[in-house]
Design a protein around this ligand. Structure first.
Ligand SMILES: [Zn+2]
Length: 294
C-alpha cells in the first residue's frame, strides 16, 4: 500500500492503438476514508485501502498526458502550489516539486509544461484543477501552461462560480478565474471531440457536470474516469463517495460506463487509486472488478 509520495513512479507509459499515454503522479493527498466510501461500512472499505490513525486514506493525484495526433493533451492538473500550510496539513497534501510534482512528472515523461496544447479539466474541484494556475516567485497567479487552451464543461464552470455552502470548500476561485481573465477557456457542452482521438463524455453525479475522457486509436479505447470512480475499490456500483452531490446519478453513470467498458475492452484509468493506475474489467466476474494483469 502506498504510504509515501515516492512509492509511485513519476510517470508510466502505455499505448492506446497507435497513441502513447502517460500516467503522471502529481502527488498524494490523504482524505477521510468514510467520506471516500459513502455508505460502505469501514470493515469493508479498509480491507481495500487501510486508514491512518486519523481515519484518512492515501489517494493519488494522477493526471493523464495524451500524445494525440495533433495536440499534447493534459487531463487534470492536481493541486498546484497556491495553498497554504494549513490546507496541506488538513488534506495531507504531498506534491512538492519544481514547482510541483506534476511538472516533474511531465518532464519525466519527456515533455515540458510549455509543450502542453490542451489542458482538459474533468471538473473544477481543487484536487483536479488546482494545477491549472501557479503562484510565481513574485506571488502572482498565472496560467501554469503558457501555450495551452483549457477545456471544461461550460455548466461546470458556472457551477464552480456559484459557490453555495455545500460546495464552496471544493471550488477555489484562483483555480479558474485567472483562466477566464486570460481568455483561455474553450468551453464544451455535453459530449464533444476535443482533438482527434480525445473525446469528453458527461458522467454526472459527483458534480452535476462532471466529465470523463475517452482516448481512442485504431479500435482501442482508454477511459480516464476521474471522480465517477476514483479508485479501483470504487468499481462496484454502490461504492460511491460521500462527497458526491447526486449519488444515484453517479450509480447510473457507472452502470452505463461499465457496459461499454466490457463490450469494448476499455483500459480504465483511475485518478485517485493509491496503487493501480489502470486496468481492464474482468469479463468473467459477476460484479465489476479488474482482471489480473496479463
Ligand atoms: Zn471531485
Amino acid at each position: 500500500m502506498t504510504r509515501d509520495v515516492h512509492d509511485l513512479p513519476l510517470s508510466r507509459t502505455t499505448t492506446v492503438g497507435s497513441l502513447r499515454i502517460h500516467a503522471l503522479e502529481a502527488g498524494l493527498q490523504w482524505l477521510d476514508g468514510g467520506a471516500m466510501f459513502g455508505v460502505v461500512p469501514k470493515p469493508l472499505w479498509e480491507r481495500r485501502i487501510p486508514a491512518d490513525e486519523r481515519n484518512r486514506i492515501p489517494l493519488a493525484l494522477r493526471c493523464l498526458l495524451v500524445e494525440a495526433p495533433n495536440a499534447l493533451v493534459l487531463v487534470d492538473t492536481g493541486i498546484g502550489n497556491k495553498e497554504d500550510e494549513k490546507f496541506h496539513e488538513i488534506y495531507g497534501v504531498r506534491n512538492e516539486g519544481d514547482p510541483t510534482r506534476l511538472e516533474d512528472a511531465i518532464r519525466h515523461a519527456g515533455f515540458a509544461p510549455e509543450d502542453v496544447d490542451i489542458v482538459l479539466d474533468t471538473h473544477l474541484h481543487f484536487d483536479h484543477a488546482g494545477g491549472n494556475t501557479l503562484r510565481d516567485p513574485e506571488g502572482r497567479i498565472r496560467p501554469a501552461f503558457p501555450h495551452a487552451r483549457y477545456v471544461v464543461q461550460e455548466a461546470e464552470l458556472e457551477f464552480a462560480k456559484s459557490r453555495n455552502e455545500r460546495i464552496r470548500a471544493s471550488y477555489l476561485e484562483h483555480n479558474h478565474a485567472p483562466i477566464t481573465e486570460a481568455g483561455l477557456w474553450d468551453l464544451v457542452r455535453g459530449e464533444a471531440e476535443v482533438t482527434e482521438g480525445v473525446r469528453v463524455v458527461p458522467t454526472p453525479g459527483h458534480t452535476p457536470h462532471h466529465q470523463s475522457v475517452l482516448v481512442t486509436s485504431d479500435g482501442e479505447t482508454a477511459c480516464f474516469l476521474a471522480d465517477v470512480c476514483p479508485t479501483s475499490a470504487h468499481l462496484p456500483l454502490p461504492w460511491i463517495m460521500g462527497y458526491d452531490l447526486e449519488p444515484l446519478v453517479t450509480l447510473e453513470s457507472k452502470r452505463a460506463l461499465w457496459g461499454r467498458a466490457l463490450e469494448e475492452r476499455w483500459l480504465l484509468v483511475f485518478e485517485h487509486d493509491p496503487v493501480t493506475p489502470w486496468g481492464r474489467l474482468d469479463s468473467d466476474a459477476d460484479r465489476p472488478k479488474l482482471a489480473e494483469p496479463a
